[in-house]
Design a protein around this ligand. Sequence first.
Ligand code: FAS
Ligand code: PHB
Length: 390
Amino acid sequence: MRTEVAIIGAGPAGLLLGALLARAGVETVILERKSRDYVLGRIRAGVLEQGTVDLLARAGVEARLRREGLVHEGFFMGFANRRLRIDLTELTGGRHVTVYGQTEVTRDLMDSRDAAGLTTIYEAEDVAIHDFDRDTPCVTWVKDGVHHRLDCDFIAGCDGFHGVCRASVPSGAIQLFEKVYPFGWLGVLADVPPCSHELIYANHARGFALCSMRSPTRSRYYVQVPADEDVGAWSDQRFWDELRLRLDPEAADRVVTGPSIEKSIAPLRSFVAEPLRFGRLFLAGDAAHIVPPTGAKGLNLAAGDAYYLSEALAEHYRERSDAGIRAYSERALARIWKSERFSWSLTMLLHRFDTMSPFEQRMQEADFRYVESSRAAQTAIAENYVGLPL
Ligand code: FAS
Ligand code: PHB
């Protein structure tokens, strides 16, 4: 087999990259380790920046998103049993975010790719990448016991944090930056109406809690738990009781409980790999960076990488210029680090750290009171939350 760009991973980064390249007439093959249903079964992000929505429209998959996505013009921050609304639209001159689950984004991109007759190989085992430091890279894999090889011009490593692509780069050629937080998020998905029409990010003495949603009848909630917590120790009832304890009384009273349809713990870390290009291999999405989900940036950063990389590769084929390819890493990293900063700062503001000294606790309280009192501080949060320009 031969193609122009081999994409490793059928998550949002790989699928969006494939869709944007298809619009530019660039041929791709996507290789995915898991089944389509397994990928769709992973419950992850829920908030799309305006720029991500625009990219999905450019990729031709905006129809259902426009119908079913929930436009949100603000969100709440809870502290000391009171709530502060961050008015995104007023503070950013009219911009907003859209609540639409990553699962649905992935489904729309998969359906669009299949409808266009583009090749996605699911359940590809032992995927390995070769000769990406030369002009003749290739990818090999095993499927149903048969060994396969794909020759290509470029390889896009969109295979997430635990993927094979970043791991294939010689350790001396890559620098890793990482911060692991001492807690995770226990998330529950339930077919119950949300307790609030907008998201609530709550800092409480017992720990952080987030009230989100997927639709007017499906809610997504999170509570901060220790990093080594066992999800089996959390019955639905224990989750609902703890969530209510961490919300202001009005929000707590409005929580509608019901059986969880998904319950899992996500670890929190900040991570960046530098650079993002190694000859004819490029890293994009979670393969390149991880942010704590506090700022709702993970999926949106993946979309930004896919945009930058699609522009660079399209320019190579359309204009026989490699200026974009040479600039990809620096251009993507500039935006990645700004989102890493925002996600880290919001995580530090909203979570409880057992290791915090009394002084540091007072600093967190003063930080929140400053945000409450300052339009400039709220504007800084708002412009990052709706998404920095691409
Ligand atoms: P993904 O990890 O989504 O996709 C990578 C794909 O590559 C996967 O399908 C994987 O199966 C495949 N793959 C891996 N190794 C391979 C190999 N060797 N060969 C072939 N394929 C391979 N972000 C938010 O904004 N908000 C959230 O609330 C949020 N919650 C999250 C919860 C969890 C548990 C996790 C893990 C992440 C969460 N994120 C959240 C971040 C998440 O949404 C990512 O940013 C997003 O999935 C990034 O997309 P990709 O880069 O495509 O990586
Ligand atoms: C979600 O709905 O899953 C969600 C929303 C906002 C975040 C993180 C997760 O910051």
